[in-house]
Design a protein around this ligand. Structure first.
Ligand SMILES: Nc1nc2c(ncn2[C@@H]2O[C@H](COP(=O)(O)OP(=O)(O)OP(=O)(O)O)[C@@H](O)[C@H]2O)c(=O)[nH]1
Length: 110
């Protein structure tokens, strides 16, 4: 789907980017896609939420190791966008309160 993402950039005010924290083999591809999104001019003003999902599953690498591997702190420091990061599990609901709060703060959703 990546190649058609630019057709959705127009009027995009926020971006939720989900990374599968149970599958580090996808991490480099996810990072490349994230960098492409963050450098897209139409998304320069977007509010960004990066979600590390499936944190309920055991994995040979911790979420903190994954963040370090893709140099997430540097990505956040260099990005034009305001970036928030949340560790979540869509299955257990862990972290979803933070996601809802972000949506409320970003869009004033009730
Ligand atoms: N354990 C767990 N499973 C999840 C979580 N979120 C989604 N899943 C499951 O992961 C499977 C695929 O979910 P999808 O939302 O379809 O994701 P996808 O990107 O199409 O597929 P994947 O690449 O396999 O994640 C489904 O069986 C979901 O129930 C989570 O936080 N924890």
């Amino acid at each position: 789907m990546g190649p058609i993402w630019p057709s959705y950039y127009g009027n995009c005010r926020s971006l939720l980017f989900m990374i599968d924290a149970s599958n580090p083999t996808q991490l480099s591809a996810a990072c490349a896609q994230l960098l492409g999104l963050l450098s897209a001019e139409p998304l320069a003003e977007a509010q960004v939420l990066i979600l590390f999902n499936k944190t309920d599953l055991s994995c040979y690498m911790t979420v903190e190791e994954m963040k370090s591997l893709i140099r997430l702190p540097d990505i956040i420091a260099c990005a034009k966008q305001n970036i928030t990061v949340a560790d979540i599990s869509a299955r257990t609901g862990t972290g979803l309160t933070q996601v809802l709060r972000w949506l409320q703060d970003t869009h004033g959703a009730g």
